[in-house]
Design a protein around this ligand. Structure first.
Ligand SMILES: [Zn+2]
Length: 226
């Protein structure tokens, strides 16, 4: 069975921290460590901005670009995208920060389809490039999350199926929600098995996102109490 990696590229850096569920993306664990350090360093506004970004602001909008697809393909891919988002909506309920946005609104996350995903040495079938931007003073903070998700149209020489699209979309959203890649199939953060996509979220992955969010919220509450 052919397994293909799905990739992530994030733009930021920082120092390490413990206590996180081990499925959380290492770069985000570092980012969390930096936020905690900023708060201890007497920079609460900076820490608040960083922690808010780790949760993703509520109502983070995702818009999908179906241009360039024939109507039959667009219909299959749309069903896959909705299923992929739905997996996380079902898993997180009201905690799910990402919602589908209309293309007229200014979306925070743009999802588009491509013939070939580039930018990494693996044969990626999907990719998310995310950017976390913060600005702060002694009194206020601002933050902005933006990302582009690119999904490959083809598996081998045929178009992706609805389930394959659902797997890739849920995988990339898993990155946005804080998870890192794992090597084992049977996880949404594992590689995509062509013709046998998992397209579900493993309970341990749901638990990891929930405890990551709890940790970040606890930290936010601590700073706000001061
Ligand atoms: Zn990945």
């Amino acid at each position: 069975m052919l397994s293909l990696a799905i990739c992530t590229l994030s733009m930021f850096g920082g120092a390490a921290s413990g206590e996180m569920p081990n499925l959380v993306d290492r770069q985000l664990v570092e980012y969390f460590g930096n936020a905690v350090a900023a708060s201890k360093d007497g920079q609460p506004q900076k820490a608040l901005a960083m922690l808010t970004l780790l949760l993703l602001p509520a109502g983070t909008g995702l818009s999908v670009d179906y241009s360039g697809l024939d109507s039959k393909t667009a219909e299959v891919f749309r069903a896959g995208v909705l299923r992929g988002i739905g997996l996380w909506q079902d898993a997180l309920g009201s905690e799910m920060p990402i919602t589908l946005a209309s293309r007229t609104a200014r979306p925070d996350i743009v999802l588009k389809f491509t013939d070939k995903v580039t930018g990494a040495d693996c044969r990626c079938k999907g990719e998310i490039r995310s950017k976390r931007w913060i600005q702060w003073s002694d009194q206020v903070h601002y933050q902005q999350f933006s990302a582009t998700i690119t999904v490959c149209k083809y598996a081998d020489s045929r178009l992706m199926t609805e389930s394959e699209i659902a797997h890739i979309v849920a995988h990339e959203l898993g990155h946005a929600l804080g998870l890192g890649d794992v090597a084992e199939t049977g996880n949404i953060m594992g590689p995509l098995e062509i013709s046998n996509p998992y397209a579900k979220i493993n309970p341990s992955e749901i638990e990891a996102v929930k405890s990551f969010r709890r940790l970040v919220k606890d930290q936010l509450a601590q700073i706000e109490r001061r």
